[in-house]
Write a protein that binds this ligand. Structure first.
Ligand SMILES: *Cc1c(COP(=O)(O)O)cnc(C)c1O
Length: 362
């Protein structure tokens, strides 16, 4: 049992800022003098509407979302968007392009095959998803309705540090594990979506930022709750939204503003991840296989020289207050997720634990 908060390196649901959790705790029983919890009031009440509007405004400011984009607050996770994107944008006979640089992109493409003809423009499987294949080699379709890719692959730790310019079709991106980690030029994309539980807030809410001209094209069979036109027209309240997750996400947006916004986050995230990569690269005991040009700043998988020590590493780490460091079950090893809410001190603690571990077992 920990009396204090641990350094939680979970890939998601992930660490949230301490001050956000404190505020939620303070307000839980009696929120803003209403005598009720925020989870006990109507989503159509003026009080909740104010929360919803403020979250929309704050996110718009943080990400500098242009006016011709709608922000939707939906349910179903990023996984529902794997289906919602083709349902809203493509016909059964349409061609939709997918660049696959890890497990999530693969899942997105697999789901889309049920709704349209998917063309895989590139697949990094040949190199075990350790790099992003050169966009010059991508086989894009001339008539694709969109090109989908995953700017940060959470499991493989592969991140785009550029926006590919290979197609005239709108770019659709799954930013679940990298949104809000740095400034991004929203206008370069047709649609951005992200599940909240990595870098936004608690699980249960999914952000969709969609350019206006892509709204209103949904197929008849599209469920209303993921129909971008229906949801944009109702302020994401055609049915009951996940009010608590929306409220908590709003608190995270306010916290981000207090930290100095996304350029401050970018500096911090660069520092945190550079330190960890430098320590891994300097060691004969730890390694990370990802090409240095496309290493993720958010999710850093690494292996120990002797996998028989994995269980001991995880156990000792946990005793040192470093938790959820186990790698994804599909690739094994370790993974440190360094989302915005992971303080630099947490990375320092991990580094000193890693050095101690090598000294004892390496
Ligand atoms: C976690 C994750 C998902 C899945 O999100 P759900 O909210 O569980 O549907 C999809 N894509 C990426 C990049 C992720 O990191």
């Amino acid at each position: 049992m920990f009396q204090e908060r641990v350094y939680n390196f979970s890939a998601g649901p992930a660490v949230l800022p301490g001050p956000v959790l404190e505020q939620a705790r303070l307000e839980l029983l009696n929120w803003e003098g209403t005598g009720a919890s925020v989870v006990e009031v109507s989503h159509r009440s003026p009080e909740f509407s104010a929360i919803a509007d403020r979250a929309d405004d704050d996110l718009r400011k943080l990400l500098k979302v242009p006016e011709n984009y709608n922000i939707l607050f939906l349910q179903g996770g990023a996984t529902l968007q794997f289906a919602a994107v083709p349902l809203n944008l493509a016909r059964k006979e349409s061609i939709v392009d997918y660049a696959i640089t890890g497990s999530w992109g693969k899942k997105a493409q697999a789901e889309a095959t049920r709704y349209a003809h998917t063309n895989i423009v590139t697949d990094g499987a040949n190199n075990q998803y350790t790099c992003i294949p050169d966009p010059a080699t991508w086989k894009v379709s001339s008539d694709a309705v969109y090109l989908h890719y995953t700017p940060n692959e959470t499991i493989h730790g592969v991140e785009f540090h550029f926006i590919p310019e290979v197609s005239d079709s709108p770019l659709i991106v799954d930013m679940s594990s990298t949104i809000l980690s740095q400034p991004v030029d929203i206008a370069r994309f047709g649609l951005i979506y992200a599940g909240a539980q990595k870098n936004i807030g608690p699980a249960g809410i999914t952000i969709v930022i969609v350019r206006e001209d892509l709204i209103g094209r949904a197929r008849l069979e599209t469920p209303s709750v993921v129909n971008y036109q229906v949801m944009a027209g109702s302020g994401s309240m055609s049915n009951t939204p996940p009010t608590f997750a929306w409220y908590m996400s709003g608190l995270v947006f306010q916290w981000l503003q207090k930290q100095g916004g996304l350029s401050a986050m970018a500096d911090l995230n660069k520092r945190k991840s550079s330190k960890l990569y430098a320590a891994i690269d300097a060691s004969d005991f730890y390694s990370n296989a990802v090409d240095s040009a496309c290493r993720s700043r958010m999710n850093i998988p690494f292996t120990l020289a002797d996998p028989k020590l994995d269980a001991t590493f995880i156990e000792r780490a946990s005793q040192a207050g470093i938790t959820n460091i186990r790698g994804h079950r599909s690739i094994g090893g370790m993974r440190a997720s360094l989302y915005n809410a992971m303080p630099e001190k947490g990375v320092d603690a991990l580094l000193s634990f890693m050095a101690d571990f090598v000294a004892r077992y390496g």
